[in-house]
Design a protein around this ligand. Structure first.
Ligand SMILES: NC(=O)c1ccc[n+]([C@@H]2O[C@H](COP(=O)([O-])OP(=O)(O)OC[C@H]3O[C@@H](n4cnc5c(N)ncnc54)[C@H](O)[C@@H]3O)[C@@H](O)[C@H]2O)c1
Length: 350
């Protein structure tokens, strides 16, 4: 296969990251974009030189589109993946795959039935530090992994759809622990199945804006008793937090993607500093190249190379489905106050 024509569904925040993630991928570019907002789709099209469309269906019907990338709000992921599959197009979808496991299962069934190639877009497991930690685990440097700890936070999402818990499918847990869950699976090794989940969640600050939880903690227990914790917040001031720690019986490793190597004290603003930065003066932590640092370059390269080669990508829709099942169990646990099992349907997961 030669050039790959990408159709970008959604011209907002993550649509831009996914598009910039293609910068260094040879012979792949966004040829079409779709957004319901006319100004956004026009601005995106003029910046990236793509053909703008208003609807999911129009973009999927574009003959120059080989691969549809879903960068839309959560409630549109299922519809978009099913539309791409119906049009016979390969499709890659951002996190969380579905609003719940049932939606994710529908997506898996649709791509299987249509026989189209598919990928799950989970950038955090592609960030360079995270991949280095995985290599060091594989080299045996910290011995047998015992626990993984993920802390993710910021002071609240930028767009209205995240705040509508019914529309989004959940609050901070679904939004952020989707990353931490996959990081835990990546660091432990994906062959290790999740057994059950215990979780707490509450709306501590943003009750006027959302019925969803703005803080949550979940313990994910694997089949052999080892565990990961994901601790998330939409009320954490001071910029994006993304701390991931892995402990073994011969060492530990800590990665903090919220603070790079630059610490700056500035009295005058320098423009954009990084995702969800709460301030633009004082002590700030400018990120040199967020698209690379957050893993989007490596993720999009893997997506395009795998698609071209006709092999599964590193992150599959099956991974997204399992993440959704873990988060479903967490929401059940918040209500029941008990450990809740994670039951994978083999007919869906294969
Ligand atoms: N990997 C990450 O770190 C990461 C970060 C942010 C968001 N996300 C995910 O990306 C998705 C989108 O989030 P975002 O931050 O880009 O939101 P956003 O609001 O910035 O962008 C979404 C875009 O979709 C458009 N849209 C809405 N309804 C539409 C429709 N029916 N048809 C066409 N376009 C429509 C909106 O106009 C908007 O431009 C969410 O699922 C979110 O979880 C992932």
């Amino acid at each position: 296969m030669g050039g790959v024509g990408v159709g970008m569904l959604g011209s907002g925040f993550i649509g831009e990251f996914h598009t910039l993630g293609l910068r260094y991928v040879p012979d792949a570019r966004v040829v079409a974009n779709a957004d319901a907002n006319p100004e956004r789709r026009a601005a995106f099209a003029s910046r990236f030189g793509s053909r703008p469309f208003a609807t999911i269906e129009e973009l999927c019907a574009d003959p120059e589109v080989d691969l549809v990338v879903v960068s839309l709000p959560n409630h549109l992921h299922r519809e978009a993946v099913l539309a791409a599959a119906a049009a016979g197009k390969a499709v890659a979808c951002t996190k969380p795959l579905g609003r719940n496991g049932a939606e994710a299962a529908d997506m898996l069934r649709a791509v299987k039935a249509a026989g189209v190639w598919s990928a799950y877009l989970e950038n955090v497991v592609f960030n360079l530090d995270m991949m280095r930690m995985r290599e060091m685990i594989e080299a045996g440097s910290i011995g047998r992994v015992t626990t993984v700890r993920a802390r993710e936070g910021h002071s609240g999402p930028h767009a209205a759809h995240f705040w509508n818990a019914d529309l989004a499918g959940g609050g901070a847990l679904l939004d952020m622990a989707s990353h931490g869950t996959e990081v835990a699976r990546y660091l432990f090794g994906k062959d290790l199945a999740v057994r059950d989940v215990f979780a707490w969640g509450a709306t501590l600050v943003h009750g006027a804006r959302t019925s969803g939880e703005d803080n949550a903690v979940m313990v994910v227990r694997f089949e052999d008793g080892r565990a990961a914790t994901c601790d998330v917040s939409w009320t954490s001031k001071g910029g994006l937090e993304g701390r991931f720690e892995v402990y073994g019986d011969a060492g530990r490793m800590i990665h903090d993607m919220g603070t790079g190597s630059i610490r700056a004290f500035i009295e005058r603003p320098a423009g954009y500093l990084g995702e969800k930065a709460d301030v633009d003066t004082g002590w700030v932590f400018p990120v040199p190249d967020e698209v690379r640092v957050h893993g989007h370059d490596a993720m999009m390269a893997d997506v395009i190379e795998s698609f071209r080669a006709g092999r599964p990508p590193r992150e599959t829709l099956r991974d997204g489905y399992i993440v959704n099942l873990v988060l479903d169990a967490a929401y059940r646990s918040m209500r029941s106050g008990c450990w809740e099992p994670v039951v994978v349907d083999p007919a869906v997961a294969g």
